[in-house]
Design a binder for this molecule. Structure first.
Ligand code: PRP
Length: 205
């Protein structure tokens, strides 16, 4: 049995659709259940930031996690197996339409739920910023004067558009990867490689 940690939301849904395609049967969590056992797999439904933790402690053998999350929380010892080409999004710098971030100002405030990526990006450019850590609804922050700009995820672009924000710069493109705990990979190599091959045979782009 392989235990797979999936991040709640769109990526879990798309991951289960992949399994449905691979095995020709529907894979879906029941109502509010957080564990699904089917087809020799045990799926766990966790917060996206927690996938790496479940895999690190081998509570899950395998996980599906966005490259943005890997960058933000560091991959530590997990093995990156395959780009699944699902959960595509971009990490961007955004600001209000009609306004430019004034990088000449002594201290620019950037609101984000991704402080590591934000810090690295602005350090590389030698731009001093103050990071304001938020946990969600990042798009609200510049509208009420909490910050000059944001670093956030854009999927469809609808949230930014509806809140009168624009993309100033793309920091990184992201999609979800299949990762494995190193010890699990050693102990269950055949099953994990078999799963990786099956995913890769779907030829996702
Ligand atoms: C993410 C992200 C944006 C939104 C982008 O938030 O932080 O707010 O999705 O999606 P869009 O480009 O398709 O509109 P999420 O839904 O994870 O909620 P959050 O506010 O809890 O971060």
């Amino acid at each position: 049995m392989i235990t797979i940690a999936l991040p709640k939301g769109r990526i879990a849904k798309e991951s289960l659709e992949l399994f449905s395609k691979m095995f020709g049967e529907a894979f879906a969590f029941e109502d509010r259940k957080l564990i699904l056992e089917q087809g020799g797999f045990r799926f766990l439904l966790v917060r996206s930031q927690d996938v790496l933790t479940y895999v690190h402690y081998q509570a899950a053998d395998v996980g599906v996690v966005g490259l943005d999350v890997i960058e933000e929380y560091q991959l530590n010892d997990a093995i990156k197996l395959l780009n699944l080409h699902i959960g595509k999004c971009k990490v961007v710098i955004g600001s209000e339409v009609g306004k430019e971030i004034d990088y000449q100002k002594p201290q620019i405030k950037i609101a984000t739920k991704m402080p590591t990526i934000t810090y690295k990006h602005f350090s590389k450019k030698a731009i001093p910023i103050e990071i304001i850590k938020l946990y969600g609804s990042i798009e609200l922050a510049p509208l009420v004067g909490l910050c000059d700009g944001i670093v956030d995820i854009v999927e469809t672009g609808t949230t930014m558009q509806q809140n009168n924000l624009k993309v100033d710069e793309v920091i990184m493109e992201s999609s979800a990867y299949l990762i494995a705990n190193a010890l699990s990979f050693y102990q269950k190599q055949k099953e994990i490689l078999d799963l990786t091959k099956k995913c890769s045979a779907l030829g996702l782009q």
